[in-house]
Design a protein around this ligand. Structure first.
Ligand code: 3H9
Length: 693
């Protein structure tokens, strides 16, 4: 065995040399890995006794891509292109042996190998688009030469990981080898290639698939059109498409140059910086500084949910989907039947769309038990209460749970606003009480705010985070404060949106600006979708806000075809002249002199107070890190990923600019814009939110 460097070894298996990389956690193409590859290929190809080379990785995966943490830093070690040229230009066959995931630069290295074998559980993909990038090491030029233009377009713009079996069908993988026997299988494959004197297959020289699409711009036009909505606002998908076009229309080396140019454009832009930041933020969010990874967790075998309404039903589905038996409690048989019926219908609809079999539906429903008795929750390990947002009702439920549920269980409340510490006081085990704030629809939305009470124990916190992951959520641990993190920040935007429409903008102006910023919809369209009458009471309504007036006029939102907007049968929205008049009259009555409000002011008034509130949240320790706040806003409120979340956006535009604007707004409009102390401090120190440790 020859040790090439810290991460690479070369061994001989008869006439086949095996180059093994071992660079945990994911064998990313760091300088060390590139050097190991360069050295290993050189050593193998210079040895006349070696007739073929197998490239394989230790650990859980084949090379999972370029080392993202190296991006933007000065280059070190062998360049990826040198490595690729050495492999592709080798005089002996090089076989990539793939397990785990061959992603991004990893697949691009494999595409320079002359053959690829994989175990059935392996996956291949070019996920750069998710980092706001494109495959910048020849992936856009080589992939379509194997799989054809249509499949390549889908792969590079979705970033999907494609299962080995499908890869084999597409020709991306030449042979599947037995699970657990990759090394032996790859060596046997290499020996066979040598014995059969098979030619060196260089993907760069394959042209028939790209030629087939030449002179057919309609392929690209149709693809762009079909995906326009999905790609809205993102730079990377279009750049990926342009590269595949280049693969079709330009010679290979020119295509590589086009790819390089577009890659560098994305790499130096703010979108990719944001998306790469989000990649690490999604991983950091699970780490709780004072709850180490080895904290003892509570085994969860059975889950109880209280309330079979929209929230309770959605929450239950998460656990059923992950294979946990759920007991759901309601107070009345009718409500229980309705709730169970909705869950079944949701599953059946999923089955109709082909994403579940009817056997799956029955299996999931078979794990769900409905009951009218809280006593049936006695042996649950985790109980989530999802009743009305009313402190007295919640306290009543928790008092009962404390008497009924076995010791050691987690007692969670799904609240978006109430004080968890207060709820915990009615129990004799406040350490077991924690908040699990789901977002509606709870079976669809990825975000979970895990709300840590003053006394929530470490095992309860650790188990909550672990369970969130198991049910497919992304969880941010937050502290008890009004609105927690997400809604507390939302309140800032909502307040400004309401003020703006009285001062001079119309709801559709505010919505347009926020939609163009990248939100799926603006606050007024959102209110119409949710229903204007949520939390509105006819008896208490006194025409004191625009919303109250709209509800009093039976303008309840999309559900009855009129809210801030008018809706046609297909729910297409048009600005409502009625609403315009209501706003003008209301502003006049309040003595407000309406003025023209610029789009810039709308954006800054809506967004900067959110950043400022985030700073307060951090200062109070209600979120662990700025990036956790960004995770909340991306996954719970539709903040565009390519802008990285409110805190990252603040860093991008410059905290000094945010502070200056907040001060100027404070001067004009008062205390609602008072800058957070942390914002002032960071600006004084020339730091960003990302610099906070
Ligand atoms: C690229 O290749 C560009 C080229 O086209 C062009 C070049 C010119 N780099 O996700 P996990 C870390 S772009 C650095 O929890 P899993 C990750 O941060 C790249 N670090 O594990 C985490 O660290 P920590 C294209 C990376 O088993 C640890 O590894 N490739 C990288 O759930 C474990 O990660 C991609 O976009 C990386 N590339 O999932 C693939 N990848 O423990 C990105 C991971 O400190 N990676 N880390 O928190 C993934 O999708 C998943 O990590 C993977 C494993 C599926 C591989």
């Amino acid at each position: 065995m020859t040790q090439i460097n810290d991460v690479a070894t070369l061994t001989a298996e008869g006439e086949v040399a095996v180059l093994t990389l071992n660079s945990p956690p994911v064998n990313a193409l760091s300088a060390g890995v590139r050097d190991g590859l360069a050295g290993g290929v050189k050593a193998a190809t210079e040895n006349k006794a070696v007739k073929a080379l197998v490239l394989i990785c230790e650990g859980k995966t084949f090379i999972a891509g370029a080392d993202i943490s190296e991006f933007g830093k000065p280059p070190k070690g062998a360049s990826l292109f040198e490595v690729q040229n050495a492999i592709e230009g080798a005089s002996i066959p090089v076989v990539a042996a793939i397990h785990g995931t061959a992603l991004g630069g990893g697949l691009e290295v494999a595409l320079c190998c002359h053959y690829r074998v994989a175990v059935p559980s392996a996956k291949c993909g070019l996920p750069e688009v998710k980092l706001g990038l494109l495959p910048g090491a020849g992936g856009t030029q080589r992939l379509p030469r194997i799989v054809g233009v249509e499949k390549a377009l889908t792969m590079v713009t979705s970033g999907e990981h494609v299962a080995a079996k499908q890869c084999a069908e597409m020709g991306l993988v030449d042979a599947l080898v037995d699970e657990g026997k990759l090394r032996e299988g790859a060596i046997a494959f290499a020996k066979k290639i040598v014995a059969e004197k098979r030619p060196l297959k260089r993907v760069r020289d394959l042209n028939d698939k790209v030629e087939a699409a030449r002179g057919k711009p309609e392929i690209f036009a149709a693809f762009r059109k079909a995906n326009a909505k999905k790609f809205r606002g993102y730079d990377a998908p279009e750049a990926n498409i342009k590269c595949i076009e280049a693969a079709v229309n330009e010679p290979f080396d020119d295509g590589l140059k086009t790819e390089r140019k577009l890659f560098m454009g994305l790499m130096t832009g703010t979108q990719s910086a944001a998306q790469r930041y989000v990649f690490f933020a999604e991983r950091a969010v699970w780490k709780v500084p004072d709850v180490p990874d080895d904290t003892q967790t509570i085994p969860i075998k059975k889950v109880g949910v209280i309330g079979a309404g929209t929230m309770g039903g959605g929450i239950s589905m998460n656990f059923l989907n992950a294979g946990y038996p759920v007991t759901i409690v309601e107070t009345k048989q009718e409500a229980l039947d309705r709730g169970l019926g909705v869950i079944r219908r949701n599953y059946e609809n999923t089955a109709k769309r082909g994403r579940l079999t009817m056997a799956d539906v029955d299996k999931r429903m078979g794990m769900l038990t409905g009951t009218l008795s809280l006593e049936d929750l006695a042996d649950c390990d985790l109980v989530i209460e999802a009743v009305f947002e009313n402190m007295n009702i919640k306290k009543d439920v928790f008092g009962k749970l404390d008497r009924i549920v076995k010791q050691g269980a987690i007692l969670a409340t799904n609240t978006s606003a109430l004080n968890i510490n207060e709820i915990a006081t009615v129990t004799k085990r406040s350490e077991a009480v924690i908040g699990w704030h789901f977002f509606s629809p709870a079976n669809v939305m990825r975000l979970l705010e895990v709300v840590r009470g003053e006394k929530s124990s470490k095992p309860v916190i650790a188990t909550s985070m672990q369970m969130a992951r198991k049910i497919g959520k992304i969880a941010a641990l937050v502290g008890v404060c009004p609105g927690f993190v997400g809604n507390r920040i939302l309140a800032q935007r909502q307040r400004e949106a309401q003020k703006l429409i009285l001062e001079g903008a119309m709801p559709w102006d505010v919505d347009r600006v926020l939609y163009n910023f990248g939100f799926p919809m603006g606050p007024f369209a959102m209110s119409d979708l949710a229903g204007l009458d949520i939390g509105w009471s006819k008896e208490k309504s006194s025409s004191s806000t625009i919303r109250e007036i709209l509800c009093e006029m039976d303008r309840r939102g999309q559900k009855n075809g009129k809210g801030f907007y008018d809706y046609d049968e297909a729910r297409n929205a048009t600005p409502s002249p009625v609403v315009e008049k209501i706003i003008l009259d209301f502003a006049a009555k309040k003595g407000i002199n309406r003025r023209t409000i610029s789009d810039d002011e709308i954006l800054e008034r809506c967004i900067y107070p959110m950043i400022n509130e985030g700073a307060k949240i951090l200062d109070e320790g209600m979120a662990t890190r700025a990036s956790d706040i960004d995770i909340v806003w991306i996954n719970g409120y539709g903040w565009p990923v390519y802008r990285g979340g409110p805190m990252f956006y603040g860093d991008t535009i410059g905290l000094d600019k945010v502070l200056a604007k907040m001060k100027s707004f404070e001067g004009q409009m008062g205390a609602e814009f008072k800058p957070a102390k942390l914002l002032e401090k960071l600006v004084a120190e020339g730091k960003r939110f990302q610099d906070l440790k």
